[in-house]
Design a protein around this ligand. Structure first.
Ligand code: B12
Length: 215
């Protein structure tokens, strides 16, 4: 299993060549190597950036966006267990979900895998998560941090409403909130009163680890 094959993974996904993607992902999984699995996941994420550009520029249409998303999802589901086995769970609990109106979950799932491989226990609320479900999960699980993912500009306003509702319920002061996803920027995170923005899963995990080790 070579690094070159990982580069081929990006090309195969961008060719919508599912059999080749499956072949490369199977070989990566068979290697049992977490570093290789991380590279494969990074390669898929990089390919999806290109997919987004092609879609935005009208070079690709919705069916190609959907199909590439499906291939990527299956591949990531197969690769994820390799990351999860790495660490022990004891660094605290986090709750995560994609904001209401938004069904994107590939990036959220990558972040979850990194976080759990770093020893965090992850409670996944899924996609299209509304204010009440976020609030209830914070009450039920008392997490170190709440993570909210958002890829759609049109859905981003919901994040501010979740944070407001948590403040109104008296839950905000004991909770750290981190936001991420392609529709989010550092400035937006500051505006809505989040504690942090993470541009990628590794940074997000590092930030939460630093919170969970605070006295
Ligand atoms: C795959 C994809 C889809 C798939 C989603 C499959 C799935 N299960 O997720 C499908 C086909 C379903 C889809 C649908 C749509 N999509 Co879409 N999609 C994409 C695409 C190509 C890739 C997204 C992705 O998975 N990226 C890879 C991951 C790894 O990156 P990521 O999500 O950013 O996550 C990383 C970090 O951001 C971070 N992270 C993410 N979340 C979090 C959370 C926390 C707490 C932390 C710490 C970190 C973190 O960690 C991740 C790993 O490092 C993007 C293009 C793009 N550039 O993002 C468009 C894109 C997001 N989609 C777009 C659009 C418009 C749509 C549709 C409205 C299309 C339509 N007309 O129907 C629908 C919306 C459906 C809905 N209601 O949600 C637009 C959004 C434009 C905007 N600014 O609002 C984009 C940007 C494409 C474009 N350039 O136009 N999409």
């Amino acid at each position: 299993m070579s690094v070159q094959l990982i580069d081929e993974l990006m090309a195969a996904l961008l060719d919508l060549d599912k059999p080749n993607v499956v072949k490369i992902v199977d070989a990566t999984t068979a290697s049992g190597d977490p570093d290789l699995a991380k590279r494969a996941i990074d390669s898929i994420a990089a390919a999806l950036q290109v997919v987004g550009t092609r879609f935005q520029e009208g070079e690709w249409f919705l069916d190609e966006l959907v199909y590439s998303g499906e291939i990527a999802k299956e591949a990531m589901e197969e690769l994820s267990p390799l990351l999860r086995d790495e660490g022990e769970t004891s660094a605290g609990t986090i709750v995560i979900g994609t904001i209401v109106g938004d069904l994107h979950d590939l990036g959220k799932n990558i972040f979850m895998n990194y976080a759990s491989s770093a020893g965090l226990e992850v409670i996944d609320l899924g996609v299209n998560v509304g204010i009440e479900d976020f609030t209830r999960a914070v009450v039920d699980h008392r997490p170190v941090a709440l993570g909210i993912s958002c890829l759609l500009t049109s859905a981003a306003g919901g994040i501010g409403r979740v944070i407001e509702a948590l403040s109104d319920a008296g839950l905000r002061s004991s909770l750290k909130i981190i936001v991420g996803g392609a529709a989010i920027t550092e400035a937006f995170a500051n505006d809505v009163g989040a504690d942090a923005f993470a541009p990628d899963a590794v940074t997000g995990t590092d930030i939460i680890r630093s919170w969970s080790s605070e006295p």
